[in-house]
Design a protein around this ligand. Structure first.
Ligand code: ARG
Length: 302
C-alpha cells in the first residue's frame, strides 16, 4: 500500500535520485570537476560495475582518499556555496511540488545570505551524503545529521542548529515501549542514527532499513514492520498531517544534537557557517522559522 500523502515528496525524491545518483556513480569512474581531481583519479583505477548498488559505491567513495575541499576564500570569490540536503525529511527538508523547502532549507538560505554567498542546492539521498562530502561534491550538508563520534572521524560538525531525539511509533495496538519490541520488526532510515539505536535494544526481532522516511512510513502502514523509529519532531509532524493514519507515539530512545557537516580540516568555512548560524539566531530569523515549522523552540540549550 502506498501512502498518498507522500506522493509529492516521494516523486520529487525519485527525481533527486535520478539526477544525483547518476553523477555520484560516474564520479567514481571519471573526473567530474576540476576542483576534485585527487579522489576521483585514485578511485578510477577500481573497476566499477555500472549497475553496482549505491551502497557499494558509497562505501568506495568513503574509502577513497579525501578530495581537496574548497576553502572559504575560494567559495567567497566564486560567490556561490553548494549544499546537500535530502528532500524527504519533513519538516526539516522536503519538496513542496518541485520546490525544496523546510526548516533546514530556509535556515541554510538565511545563514548563507548572512555570510554573503548564494546558496545552490544539491539534493542527495541521506545515506550517500557522508561519502559525498569526502568526495567534495558540495561545500556542506544540512540534512539533520546528529553528532556521533563515528561520523566525526570522517566529517566536521558545525555548531548544532537544533536538538532532538529518536522516538518509537507504531500502529494502534503495536509496541510502544522498548520492552515490547522483543521479537518485533522495526523500520528505520538507512544510514541514520536510528539504525544503531535500534540494534542496541535487546531482543528486537528484525531491523529493516529503508532509503527514505516516507518509505519507512509506508512500510509501517502496510504492516511490513511492527514499529517505526525516527526523529521525534518528524513523527509528530507526520501525525499532525495524517491523523487518520492511526499511529501512536511511543517511548523516546535517545537525544541528539543536529548540525551541518562539512569536509574535515576546513576551519574557515566551519567558522563562517557558525557565524551565519549565530547571526540568524541573534536577529530572530531562527526563532521565526522554529515557530513556523514546530510551533516551539527547537534550539539546543546547553
Ligand atoms: N537525525 C538522524 C541522523 O542523524 C536522521 C537524519 C536524516 N536526515 C535526512 N535528511 N533524511 O541520522
Amino acid at each position: 500500500m502506498m501512502f498518498k500523502g507522500f506522493g509529492g515528496p516521494f516523486r520529487a525524491m525519485a527525481r533527486a535520485r535520478a539526477g544525483y545518483l547518476a553523477p555520484a556513480l560516474s564520479s567514481a569512474g571519471a573526473p567530474s570537476s576540476a576542483r576534485a581531481p585527487s579522489s576521483v583519479e585514485t578511485s578510477s583505477s577500481v573497476a566499477v560495475p555500472s549497475r553496482a548498488p549505491a551502497t557499494l559505491l558509497a562505501l568506495m567513495l568513503l574509502l577513497a582518499p579525501a578530495a581537496q575541499a574548497r576553502d572559504w576564500k575560494t567559495i567567497q570569490q566564486s560567490g556561490t556555496i553548494t549544499a546537500a540536503t535530502e528532500g524527504s525529511f519533513a519538516p526539516f527538508n522536503y519538496y513542496e511540488g518541485p520546490k525544496l523547502t523546510g526548516f533546514e532549507v530556509e535556515l541554510a538560505e538565511a545563514l548563507t545570505q548572512k555570510i554573503g554567498v548564494k546558496l545552490v542546492w544539491k539534493p542527495l539521498p541521506f545515506d550517500a551524503q557522508l561519502a559525498a562530502i569526502r568526495g567534495d561534491r558540495f561545500d556542506f550538508a544540512i540534512s539533520s545529521h546528529g553528532y556521533t563520534a563515528e561520523r566525526a572521524k570522517v566529517v566536521d560538525f558545525a555548531n548544532p542548529h537544533y536538538c532532538t531525539g529518536g522516538q518509537l511509533a507504531s500502529l494502534k495496538g503495536g509496541p510502544l515501549t522498548l520492552a515490547n519490541l522483543r521479537g518485533k520488526s522495526v523500520g528505520v532510515l538507512l544510514g541514520s542514527t536510528y539504525v544503531e539505536a535500534v540494534k542496541k535494544i535487546p531482543g528486537v526481532g528484525e531491523v529493516k532499513t529503508y532509503k527514505s522516511e516516507p518509505e519507512v512510513f509506508s512500510a509501517l502502514l502496510g504492516h511490513k514492520v511492527d514499529a517505526w523509529v525516527s526523529d521525534r519532531l518528524l513523527i509528530r509532524s507526520t501525525l499532525q498531517k495524517h491523523p487518520e493514519a492511526g499511529i501512536d507515539i511511543g517511548e523516546p530512545l535517545f537525544t541528539e544534537r543536529v548540525s551541518m557537516i562539512l569536509h574535515k580540516d576546513n576551519p574557515e568555512l566551519l567558522a563562517q557557517l557558525n557565524r551565519g548560524l549565530a547571526e540568524v539566531m541573534k536577529d530572530g530569523t531562527y526563532a521565526r522559522l522554529s515557530q513556523k515549522y514546530f510551533q516551539s523552540d527547537i534550539a539546543c540549550h546547553p
